[in-house]
Design a protein around this ligand. Structure first.
Ligand SMILES: [Zn+2]
Length: 216
């Protein structure tokens, strides 16, 4: 599984063209930088064989199915520039197809983001983080999760996400883990701040479960 991390598995129809400067990237970019500083998004020789991990996205407007997402293999850059973002013009999770525009290819997990947006129009922001703490304590924290046999970035994952929403488990909690994707967590919200807050809140709850790491 690890070897395939970061590999795009969907059919991509990408137009190599800058995205419109009318889209404000200030909000998404600031929250992404915070996620990098918290090591929830990034790239490190100690983690996943130095392959970039985590990504972030935001709907372009409340009524659109289109969203902006960070580009693939950008984990090593602390502060992204507009050319590192990509517009998802059309996503068809069931057909495993994505149409995008930008100066880089979209994240390999764009299909999972698309599947989250498709479940509820109120969802305006999605963060896919890698948090060993939250992931490891999925059961203790009673977190909604997709099963261990569902791999990231696949049609199966898109369908598993759909089922998770239909199960009603995501009405109280705006975060779930992906047991088939090491350390994989997805948080979402009505804006970037809300999605980020979910992540930080559960990170705090997960850290509390590990008393051995507390300095007494
Ligand atoms: Zn991931």
């Amino acid at each position: 599984m690890r070897k395939q991390e970061g590999v795009i598995k969907y059919q991509l129809n990408h137009t190599q063209q800058p995205i419109s400067s009318l889209y404000s990237l200030a909000d998404i970019n600031a929250w992404r930088t915070i996620a990098v500083r918290l090591e929830l998004i990034g790239q490190s020789p100690e983690r996943y064989q130095n392959i970039g991990f985590g990504n972030i996205s935001q709907r372009i407007d409340p009524h659109s199915a289109q969203f902006i997402i960070s580009g693939t293999q950008t984990g090593h850059i602390e502060q992204l520039s507009p050319e590192h973002y990509c517009l998802i013009v059309k996503a068809e999770p069931h057909q495993n197809r994505i149409q995008s525009r930008g100066l880089c290819n979209p994240s390999s997990e764009s299909l999972t983001h698309a599947s989250v947006y498709a479940q509820n129009h109120a969802i305006q922001a999605v963060i896919h983080a890698h948090s060993p703490e939250i992931w490891k304590h999925t059961i203790a924290l009673e977190l909604p999760h997709t099963m261990a046999d569902i791999a990231y970035g696949t049609v199966d994952m898109a369908m598993a996400v759909e089922q998770l929403f239909q199960s009603g488990k995501l009405t109280q909690t705006s975060l779930f883990t992906m047991l088939g994707h090491e350390d994989g967590v997805i948080a979402f919200g009505r804006n970037m701040e809300e999605a980020a807050w979910q992540l930080i809140k559960y990170l705090s709850l997960a850290i509390r479960i590990e008393p051995q790491r507390v300095n007494r």
